[in-house]
Design a protein around this ligand. Structure first.
Ligand code: NAP
Ligand code: G4F
Length: 327
């Protein structure tokens, strides 16, 4: 089996490369930029991945990548994925996170692979928007209303619908995973969980004395990325293309994340170590995300293995090791 992963340098790209390698796939990874600073790290960690240069905003480069890889499965994970960044770069976000999906689907068609290549599209819980009227207290599922609250969420919603449109119009196998937040040791430090665990480790090591964050009350449905990429693969192995929510079914505030992370280094009261900085607040916030993964659990047999305390523990342990403050 041959797989093409866009977003190979990202968190999920790394977990997925590892999983597909264990399963014996020949793996191709799309990498952008003439001098991508992550290239060396990816080559060192995943020597079995063949890198192909291309950019989601350049349709020709995607056709070329698809022609080279001739994939049985294409996982479209590439995106401008940071919500805060999308407010500052809305046009770029629309081009890459939105129109980039169209470029991928068209590339598969133009390469004559519409019947062969199964496509996974990385949709997101950000499309729900977290407003109270939207299934309050029950958890969003595949039938919930969409009300995106950021340029990122709006762009992802275009990607989601164009993916469904290609499934319905051309009979292509295109499945959309509507994934809630998933984190882990590969998470970028620009996201709140890893920003916290990295800072906690550095505080323990005496390398910094506080952390600056935005709003602390928003709640997220956090899971472990390794569990979620397994779900992506299961969606693609399923007999028919469809949409599936992957979530933990629990929601926790950033304050709760801080409680657990600081407790790992023996600090019960994190308040003296946390300063709020408006620079990290967003023009519109998604207050609360809670997902209902019943369909994925029932139809695919997907089950997460890492719970919320386990996630925080593994991330802090990883970062303590990274800064040499473990033990
Ligand atoms: P990530 O770590 O931010 O990775 C994003 C990837 O996209 C990187 O490899 C990045 O490459 C690549 N990329 C950005 N712009 C590109 C372009 N113009 N052309 C080609 N590649 C480009 O994201 P992630 O957490 O792994 O998430 C994977 C996907 O799932 C994303 O689409 C994200 O929006 C979606 N998602 C994530 C979550 C989550 O909680 N993690 C939840 C729901 C959905 P560079 O290294 O070159 O920047
Ligand atoms: O970690 P975050 O940046 O993740 P966010 O916005 O929920 O988006 C992530 O999950 C989505 C799935 O729901 C993905 F689609 C998306 O690609 C990405 O992976 O922020 C989480 C919460 C937000 O409420 C934010 O306002 O944390 C809040 N926050 C508070 N201080 C902060 C900070 N977020 C960041 N990144 N940095 C802060 O200093």
């Amino acid at each position: 089996m041959r797989a093409l992963i866009t977003g190979i340098t990202g968190q999920d790209g790394g977990h997925l490369a590892e999983l597909l390698h264990e399963k014996g796939y020949e793996i191709f990874g799309l990498i952008r930029g003439q001098h991508n600073p992550r290239r060396q790290a990816v080559e060192a960690e995943f020597p079995y991945v063949t890198l192909i240069e291309g950019d989601l905003a350049d349709p020709t480069s995607i056709v070329r990548a698809v022609e080279i890889a001739q994939p049985d499965e294409l996982y479209n994970l590439a995106a401008i994925s940071h919500v805060g960044y999308s407010f500052k770069n809305p046009t770029l976000t629309a081009e890459v996170t939105g129109k980039g999906v169209l470029n991928v689907l068209e590339a598969v068609r133009l390469a004559g692979l519409a019947e062969k290549t199964k496509v996974y599209q990385a949709s997101t819980s950000e499309m729900f928007g977290g407003l109270d009227y939207n299934r309050p207290g029950r958890g969003y599922n595949e039938e919930s209303l969409f009300h995106p609250r950021s340029p990122y969420g709006v762009a992802k919603l275009y990607g989601h619908w164009i993916a469904k449109n290609y499934r319905e119009s051309y009979g292509m196998f295109v499945s959309c995973g509507i994934l809630f937040n998933h984190e882990g040791e590969r998470r970028g430090v620009e996201f709140v969980t890893r920003k916290i665990t990295h800072a906690v480790a550095r505080i323990k090591a005496g390398l910094q004395d506080h952390i600056e964050l935005g709003d602390l009350w928003p709640k997220r449905d956090w899971g472990y990325a390794g569990d979620y990429v397994r779900g992506m693969w299961q969606m693609v192995q399923h007999g028919t293309p469809d949409d599936f929510v992957l979530a933990s079914g629990e929601t926790h505030s950033i304050e709760e994340f801080l409680d657990l992370a600081f407790a790992e280094i023996g600090i019960d009261d994190w308040k003296p170590y946390v300063q709020q900085n408006p620079a990290f607040m967003r023009p519109a916030e998604v207050d609360i995300l809670l997902g209902d993964p019943a369909k994925a659990e029932g139809v695919l047999g997907w089950k997460r293995e890492v719970d919320f305390p386990g996630l925080v523990k593994l991330m802090v342990a990883h970062d303590l090791n990274l800064v040499g403050a473990a033990g």
